[in-house]
Design a protein around this ligand. Structure first.
Ligand code: URA
Ligand code: CA
Length: 436
């Protein structure tokens, strides 16, 4: 077996075998295949694509390129949730305690924010003292003893994805369905969960903005997850406007706490209940979607879910008093109202522009090395369908640094709003459910 033959086979439209894929990944990780040969192979995959069987094999080989979490001896069914990335998407912060309250096992590995999309690790680190750099032993001990833990991805997991992603980034081969699917699913497989739900966002603020592309991605993720023995479903959900009202790290922690206290924004609560219901169904803990939603709602109303957030924060060194006193979270020096230039109804609210505004204020990273300011972000007062009056605030900017690009952020957020004379309904939150 050699790289030249493997590249030629894919270039000419052939299907690579498990052994060939194993050869590529093993030798690439070992450092004895040069980047230019892997680049050529990635470009061949970009043009010739891969069958489901090939994608599943590539996913499995990548997953096994590093440490795999073994959750098979955990007391409850181990579940995981993945989002393709959105703006103001606070669902993971709500779902982790909610699922733990439903006696599911939650061993969650998350990432940091990059570009206009947020990351759960940054959000949780805005809670004073909260540690996400748990050792593997501590992480698994917390999961076993308390049912939930959340940690940063570690270097020893799925090294193949890290290497391939860097190369895809500079060879214009990111946008290939089998490469995206194997990248996402290899990390989920290595995470060890038995049941998983994928939230595939669609619309302006999503990784894939067009519904037909989101649909293909969701279908392929579910197909590959099933081939690899996972109980998996996907929801395609709206990311044309941001989720909830808060965009920013500590702001989204506040919003998650509000939601677990039963007074969060309806879209965020609804999405959490729907995603959670998918997992209760997959784990065979509910007979119907309605029953699952009702039981999760009961765990919010009864305070059990909030109790699990307290436990998570205490377990990982954070200050649990943030639950009663949100002023203990980082707060911005200045809050700037953005008045509406006109009266009417919000007919559009561009999630991408809001995400970028939050990022330039310091809530996100333009490059991996940037420092995040936990306190800053954007608070949306009006969303699609809401009536607005000229001079009344549409949104607020939470600003910290004296040199923050306030005018730029103001222009981006005001530019994100489309205001028209007619009432429109907000876009449907759940666009499609994908089960096969
Ligand atoms: N997210 C990933 O993790 N990998 C991709 O290739 C694209 C999105
Ligand atoms: Ca939000």
């Amino acid at each position: 077996m050699n790289m030249v033959d493997i590249i030629r086979k894919k270039r000419d439209g052939g299907s690579l075998t498990r052994d060939e894929l194993q050869y590529v990944i093993d030798h690439y990780i070992a450092g004895d295949v040069p980047d230019y040969q892997i680049s050529a192979l990635l470009m061949a995959i970009f043009f010739q694509s891969m069958s489901d069987e090939e994608t599943a094999q590539l996913t499995d080989v990548m997953a096994h390129s590093g440490t795999i979490l073994d959750l098979s001896d955990m007391p409850g069914v181990a579940v995981d949730k993945h989002s393709t990335g959105g703006v103001g998407d606070t669902t993971t912060l709500v779902l982790i305690p909610l699922l733990a309250a439903a006696d599911l096992t939650v061993a969650k590995l998350s990432g940091r924010s990059l570009g206009h999309t947020g990351g759960t690790i940054d959000k949780l680190e805005s809670i004073p003292g909260f540690r996400t750099d748990l050792s593997r032993e501590e992480f698994l001990r917390l999961v076993r003893e308390t049912g939930l833990a959340l940690a940063d991805h570690t270097e020893d997991m799925v090294p193949a994805d890290r290497l391939l992603y860097e190369l895809r980034d500079v060879t214009s081969t990111v946008d290939s369905l089998p490469l995206i699917v194997s990248s996402i699913m290899s990390k989920k497989i290595a995470g060890g969960a038995e049941a998983m739900v994928i939230d595939v966002k669609t619309g302006a603020g999503a990784f894939l903005t067009r519904l037909e592309d989101s649909r293909k991605l969701a279908g392929s993720l579910v197909a590959i997850g099933r081939k690899l023995g996972r109980k998996i479903t996907a929801l395609i959900t709206d990311m044309s406007q941001p989720l909830g009202r808060m965009v920013g790290n500590a702001l989204e922690v506040r919003e998650a706490i509000d939601t677990l206290q039963g007074h969060g924004p309806k879209d965020l609560e609804d999405l959490c209940l729907e995603l959670g219901a998918e997992l209760l169904l997959s784990a065979e803990r509910a007979a119907s979607r309605e029953e699952a939603v009702q039981s999760l709602k009961g765990l919010i109303d009864g305070g059990q879910a909030l109790g699990k957030l307290r436990l998570l924060i205490e377990n990982q060194g954070g200050n649990p008093h943030v639950l009663e006193d949100p002023a203990l979270l980082p707060t911005a020096a200045q809050v700037v109202d953005l008045p509406s230039p006109t009266s009417g109804h919000v007919v559009g609210l561009d999630a991408l522009a809001v995400g970028r505004a939050s990022c330039v204020l310091g809530a996100g990273r333009l490059v991996k090395e940037d420092e995040v300011d936990f306190a800053v972000g954007v608070e949306l007062i009006a969303k699609i369908g809401d009536p607005v009056e000229s001079g009344e605030p549409l949104a607020r900017l939470h600003v910290n640094r004296a040199d923050a690009p306030l005018d730029e952020a103001r222009g981006m957020v005001l530019g994100a709003y489309q205001i028209g004379p007619a009432v429109v309904s907000p876009p449907a939150l759940i666009v499609e459910r994908v089960t096969a």
